[in-house]
Design a protein around this ligand. Structure first.
Ligand code: RP5
Length: 164
């Protein structure tokens, strides 16, 4: 799964986030986008988080998809330490169901943006699709795969039927 030359990094605060974040990995795999996925906890491994962010651009990462739950500081702190675009995924939390995660990620102060997605699996998948769209601006083959993905999705929706 971890490419030798990733262009997208998927990071998360805990391996308990993986059930959600694997949706992003599945999308990037489907689109043949080289990526890596790893745990980089803002609270439990802050030095590792800073090192990851500081190395990101030099390693060729063009987007970082960061998922975390609860007091979800990972996306914002990564964004503070790297110019690489950070796409934040609020992971559903036990007590507040991810509303805490969403607010923690979306309410960035002016000057340090984090693109914030929906809570949970849809957010993880959409963050990956957004990364694909960013990369597709300079990759015609990838743009064609994204067009085909959307066309298939449209056909599935058109074929939907309803029970009586
Ligand atoms: C956050 O705390 C993680 O992103 C995770 O969503 C949450 C709970 O982590 P665990 O206690 O399951 O390791 O840092």
């Amino acid at each position: 799964m971890n490419s030798a030359s990733p262009v997208v990094g998927i990071v998360m605060g805990s391996n308990s986030d993986w059930d959600t974040m694997r949706q992003a990995a599945q999308i990037l795999t489907e689109f043949a986008v080289p990526f890596e996925a790893r745990v980089v906890s803002a609270h439990r491994m802050p030095d590792d988080m800073f090192a990851y962010a500081e190395a990101a651009r030099g390693r060729g990462l063009q987007a970082i998809i960061a998922g975390a739950g609860g007091a979800a500081h990972l996306p914002g702190m990564l964004a503070a330490k790297t110019p690489v675009p950070v796409l934040g995924v609020p992971v559903a939390s036990k007590h507040l169901l991810g509303v805490d995660s969403l607010h923690s990620i979306v309410q960035m102060p002016k000057g340090i943006p984090v693109a914030t997605f929906a809570i949970g699996a849809a957010g993880a998948a959409n963050a990956a699709l957004f990364a694909v769209a960013l990369l597709a601006n300079r990759d015609a083959d990838l743009a064609a795969r994204l067009d085909a993905f959307r066309a298939r999705q449209t056909e599935v929706a058109r074929a939907m039927t309803l029970d009586d």
